[in-house]
Design a protein around this ligand. Structure first.
Ligand code: SF4
Ligand code: SF4
Length: 167
């Protein structure tokens, strides 16, 4: 089946956050050259992701699990000779992917921890005790109600299908 090239996806991304910068991408590959995720696995390639956006391959881009291999180190953003905000565009792509339910399953556990405890990694009792033994201060607990309110009002809770923990 022939792939259909279109400018629609590029235009959509251009209107979001730092997305307009994708229009300056000339596919030099500098972003990929310094990318630690690509060094780890050749299936990941930020230049190719930018190319797929430019070519309009929306569904393939948003449903591709490689989108979630980026470490968000921002090395690509700093290196791009054209000022393309590569990592910011990757965040936009992840947000769009999440809106269509295409995100890694394990993130549900992190969402639950964030909304139940205010921390993605709330830490076990053993860790708390060890901190006490070492004379380290208690990790302050964020105000979970405030986090839930933001999550609710931005539509985040609905998007993730979060269920509060049972008391
Ligand atoms: S470094 Fe910049 S211009 Fe070069 S491919 Fe990456 S995003 Fe495009
Ligand atoms: S932010 Fe992501 S794409 Fe950019 S260099 Fe780091 S791992 Fe690679």
């Amino acid at each position: 089946m022939a792939l259909k090239i279109s400018s629609e996806f590029r235009k959509e991304i251009s209107k979001l956050g730092e997305g307009f910068s994708i229009n300056y991408c000339y596919q030099c590959g500098t972003c990929s050259g310094g990318c630690p995720a690509l060094r780890y696995t050749k299936v990941y390639n930020p230049r190719r992701i930018m190319e797929n956006v430019l070519l309009g391959f929306k569904e393939d881009t948003l449903k591709d699990p490689v989108l979630w291999l980026c470490t968000m180190c921002h090395a690509c953003l700093e290196a791009c000779p054209q000022g393309v905000k590569v990592s910011e565009i990757l965040i936009i792509l992840r947000n769009l992917a999440t809106q269509i339910g295409s995100y890694p399953e394990h993130l549900n556990a992190e969402v639950s921890a964030l909304l139940d405890y205010g921390l993605i990694n709330p830490g076990s009792g053993a860790i708390q005790r060890r901190r006490q033994q070492l004379g380290l201060p208690e990790v302050p607990r964020p105000k979970v109600d405030n986090i839930k309110k933001v999550a609710d009002e931005t539509g985040f809770i609905k998007l993730t299908g979060y269920k509060p923990k049972e008391e």
